[in-house]
Design a protein around this ligand. Structure first.
Ligand code: AOF
Ligand code: ZN
Length: 376
């Protein structure tokens, strides 16, 4: 039986590199998390990466399989860095723990634990039983941070909700009575908007209220050069099915999936027309005039959504926030003022919201970005 083993500085460095690699397929691995594996060997002349892998687009093969294939015979006696506990189940691929054993790997350094009941400690146990030295939990929080949607969906059966909020210098998040076509108020600048597109690419779904869909006629796609194929499912909260067939959202429904959530008792007169354009529907209950958000989140998780980005508008943002459904707050503060007719932010942009902690802070052009996560 191998010793428990402990992590050293090089372990943390390679794990940090593996975690960076795991970002590559965020939002592209279906219900599977985007995991990375690095295989490192040291033949006396310093450590060298001989294999690297990331969970494939669509979720399979797993990261370990790709890294072992690249390493080939060089895996024998090497260390494998895995950002998630290697799987122990015969799913659509054989267990990665067994593949690591067969490869002759001598040591496995793992970051996050896998709550999937088919794994959940069994992966590490297989490795230990085979005499492999296992070190668990190295940079576990950093790895889990990138898999939080997967972890949330596995453990709580609902997606992680990221609220993107842009607050003006005078504390507003939008303007009231916005007429179609005239309602757009740019709070953030171009650099911050690119960051938002990156966040879209890394999410499974992006949601807006019908007010924003009517006022802005947005496309809600990721338009970063090279990442155009990474647009997530678009969701519109549209109790009464008011979304026009001529909207940019509906016209692009054949290219990027569009899900319209409607009241269960919504008359279906327009349904055929929108369905013809490629729109899908999700009927949800309405409580006191509003779509029941917790129920909607359950339904979305069941459909495989692990990370949901809520982009607005003001009412939708307030609803998610006030119902305590936000897990992560992506807060942009811009120098512009909205003035009369503004809708006040539910969050004071100068403070850390209660129950949250600041995860990172950055400047995008003239805008300040702060990301808060719910404290455990
Ligand atoms: C790994 N390496 O790269 C990933 C893992 O549907 P399957 O058969 O692909 O199994 C999905 C489960 O595999 C998922 O719930 C999680 O437990 C694990 N993900 N495991 O060893 C990987 N992505
Ligand atoms: Zn696996």
């Amino acid at each position: 039986m191998a010793a428990a083993g402990s992590a050293n500085e090089a372990d943390r460095r390679f794990m940090a590199a593996a975690i960076r690699l795991s970002r590559r397929h965020l939002g592209l691995t279906d219900t599977n998390p985007s995991v990375a594996t690095l295989i490192v060997r040291d033949d006396g002349d310093g450590p060298r990466i001989v294999g690297r892998g990331v969970t494939a687009i669509g979720g399979r093969p797993h990261a370990e399989a790709a890294a072992l294939a690249e390493a080939g015979a060089a895996a024998r006696g090497a260390t494998a860095y895995v950002t998630l506990e290697p799987c122990a189940h015969h799913g659509r691929t054989p267990p990665c723990a067994n593949a690591l054993v067969s490869s002759g790997i001598a040591r496995v350094v793992g970051a996050a634990a896998d709550p999937d009941p088919r794994v959940n400690g069994k992966g590490y146990a297989i490795l230990r039983e085979a005499g492999i030295e296992v070190v668990e939990g190295v940079l576990a929080d950093e790895a889990a941070d990138l898999m939080r949607g997967y972890l949330m969906r596995s453990e709580k059966k609902r997606p992680e909700v990221i609220l993107k909020l842009a607050v003006s210098a005078d504390g507003m998040i939008g303007r009231r009575d916005s007429a179609p076509g005239k309602g757009q108020v740019a709070i953030t600048g171009a650099v911050a908007r690119r960051q938002v597109h990156m966040m879209r690419a890394e999410s499974d779904a992006i949601l807006v209220g019908i007010g924003t869909a009517l006022a802005d006629d947005p496309s809600l796609t990721c338009r970063l050069p090279g990442l155009e194929q990474r647009s997530p499912i678009r969701i519109v909260l549209d109790r009464d099915m008011r979304l026009p067939a001529g909207s940019v959202l509906v016209r692009s429904a054949r290219d990027v999936p569009l899900l319209v959530t409607i009241a269960s008792d919504c008359p279906s007169a327009r349904r055929a027309e929108l369905a013809e354009a490629g729109v899908s529907f999700l009927a949800v209950d309405v409580h006191e005039g509003h779509i029941a958000l917790p129920e909607l989140l359950d339904d979305l998780a069941a459909r495989g959504v692990a990370t949901l980005m809520v982009e607005g508008g003001a009412y939708t943002a307030r609803a998610f926030w006030n119902e305590g459904l936000v897990d992560r707050l992506a807060l942009f503060s811009g120098p512009a003022e909205i003035g009369a007719g503004g809708i006040a932010s539910p969050i004071d942009p100068a403070d850390t919201p209660q129950g949250f902690r600041l995860l990172r802070e950055a400047r995008f052009g003239a805008d300040l970005y702060r990301e808060f996560v719910r404290s455990a």
